[in-house]
Design a protein around this ligand. Structure first.
Ligand SMILES: Nc1ncnc2c1ncn2[C@@H]1O[C@H](COP(=O)(O)OP(=O)(O)O)[C@@H](O)[C@H]1O
Ligand SMILES: [Mg+2]
Length: 244
């Protein structure tokens, strides 16, 4: 390429656009690699992973064990960093945020629901939601906790210790906590992995309720065909990549 064409290119000016004209996706992975090294062993968990999730979508991510699903969620929740590529949340590229902004994102911008052990078992359902609200910096968290627990059909469970709730109820308390925090992005890692069909249905309904009534974007990693059917869209993963 000649130097003159380089000079012409440099004259290009990005047109100014109002912020609200730009339709930022809720979550976007651009050609993301994640390589784990331990001694001489190298594992490529993500190899050029790409995915775009629009605001208000409920996306199911399907793929065999070891294909990189949990690694992908760890990057989306800013618990780990990519080896290469970009993870964007709305208008922000996570790798460009400083520690303060990342801490704020983890506390307020995203909620992670795991397969189990999302709650402090010795605290009641209500106390669990209240603690997560306090961590997110909310003053007077009681009413928001009560409202969210009631919205997910847990009104009669608020004073019960989380450790004595059924697995399905525990998952719904965790989801109610994400709703109470008004987390714009909720990431769930096999949220129904340990549940029977009846409880899986209730947890699925809760994820849809998150999307419909609380406006959250939901990305649920799953092995379950039922979860996939309930989603707006399915992204299939194999060997660290998204299938086209
Ligand atoms: N912290 C880690 N150190 C080394 N290897 C890891 C680490 N986390 C994940 N891996 C490897 O990366 C690959 C993808 O793992 P993971 O994202 O947990 O897959 P999935 O959730 O789809 O089962 C696997 O081969 C796994 O062993
Ligand atoms: Mg996993």
């Amino acid at each position: 390429m000649s130097t003159s064409s380089g000079a012409v290119k440099s004259l290009y000016v990005e047109p100014e656009r109002a912020e609200q004209e730009i339709d930022w996706p809720a979550l976007q992975f651009n050609d993301v690699f994640k390589i784990f090294r331990s001694g001489p062993v190298e594992t490529v968990a993500l190899r050029g992973f790409g995915m775009r999730v629009e605001r208000g979508e409920l996306v199911a991510v399907l793929g065999p064990s070891g294909c990189g699903k949990s690694t992908m969620l760890a990057l989306a929740s800013a618990l780990d960093q990519p080896s290469a590529g970009e993870v964007r949340v709305g208008e922000w590229s996570l790798s460009l945020l400083d520690e303060t902004a990342l801490a704020d994102y983890r506390a307020r911008g995203v909620a992670l629901v795991l397969q189990r052990d999302n709650l402090w078992p010795a605290l009641t359902a209500r106390e669990n939601v209240i603690v997560s609200l306090r961590i997110a910096g909310r003053s007077d968290p009681g009413p928001a906790a009560d409202q969210a627990l009631a919205a997910f059909g847990l009104g009669d469970r608020v004073r019960q210790r989380a450790g004595s709730l059924s697995g399905g109820e525990q998952q719904r308390v965790a989801i109610a906590g994400a709703a109470a925090r008004q987390a714009p992005l909720v990431l769930a890692d096999e949220p129904t992995g340990e549940l029977d069909h009846a409880n899986e249905r209730l947890v699925l309904d809760a994820l849809r309720e998150l999307r419909d009534s609380f406006g959250s974007t939901v990305v649920a990693v799953t092995h379950s065909a039922r979860v996939a059917r309930a989603a707006d869209r399915v992204v299939e993963m194999r060997d660290g990549r998204a299938l086209a």
